[in-house]
Ligand binder design. Sequence first.
Ligand code: TXA
Ligand code: MG
Length: 347
Amino acid sequence: MNTDVWKVDKDVDNLENNPQVVDAANFLRKNEVVALPTETVYGLGGNAENDEAVAKIFAAKGRPGDNPLIIHIADRKQLSRFVTEVPETAEKLMDAFWPGPLTIIFKKKDGILSEKATAGLNTVAVRMPDHPVALALLKTCGLPIAAPSANSSGKPSPTKAEHVLDDLKGKIAGVVDGGATGVGVESTVIDCTAATPVILRPGGVTKEQLEEVVGIVEEDSALKDQSARPKAPGMKYQHYAPNAPLYMVAGPKEFLQTLVTEKEAEGLRVGVLTTEENHHFYEANLVLSCGRRAELDTVAASLYDTLRSFNQGQVDIIFSEIFPNEGVGHAIMNRLEKAAGHKLITE
Ligand code: TXA
Ligand code: MG
């Protein structure tokens, strides 16, 4: 299949009538799948009400069928079409964070959305992305769009159109290239179907920010306890992994360097995932910085791009620094733990 690339400057006016956006929207209306930029990561969009379109999303990614998709909308009025009720907590969260990196789980109305998109669950995950190109595309096609991250299953999520093409070229109708995404890690997923909201996946909106708006928020126990079954089906799969095995290292940088030196002595090519503050300290085959430790937002923004870059460096093993598990650091550590398959070396 030919994969079109539609370049769109996200800062121009009147994006809804932009010929590239209109072209991509037409493909969505014909039940083809198209990758699009959001403020978190690129998504692979398809008509959420059409089984055929949704099947194409799962096929292109190689995604397991039991992992439901997030439905993207441009207007809150679209909710009543496929959601049975909007609880007060959800209203408050939408007022505060939409459009933005927060996905809310609602009770689902039967018979509207493709059952494949919701993996047969009686709930549905919905978000309104805060990206002018995504919003223009959603408005122009007029459909609820199911969109998982636009990577092959298991790979790091794409934060640039090039990442999407690396994984999915030839498998999808096209990519709307709106430049690099901003937040860099996926949306926070919060379940609002019970009295107390529960975070199922940490992300761009932090627990602290959520609690300011709705009071106490719980966290799915599976986020701490690896033996518990996660309430978001996708959280049980390994994700974000570079080709070489990745180990998180807890301890000072001197300790990490001794691990590097040991492996190099064994004849391995070693990579180090670090930050700008420590970049010059390490001696290894490939030392890559994923942002500034003092500003964790910059780490979130570059983490996946950096993980992907290790694949070009042909390293045999990667050691990574770890990050404070608070604020956006919570989402960063959740993704790093998955990329490392939870392998942690402690001094
Ligand atoms: O930032 C994002 O959320 C990106 C952009 C493209 O919007 N999308 C994204 O989608 O990360 P995906 O498919 O990679 O992750 C969706 C997560 C999965 O862990 C899935 O299991 C969970 O949301 N999910 C979807 N529907 C659910 C439901 N009804 N109940 C519980 N978890 C659900
Ligand atoms: Mg994903």
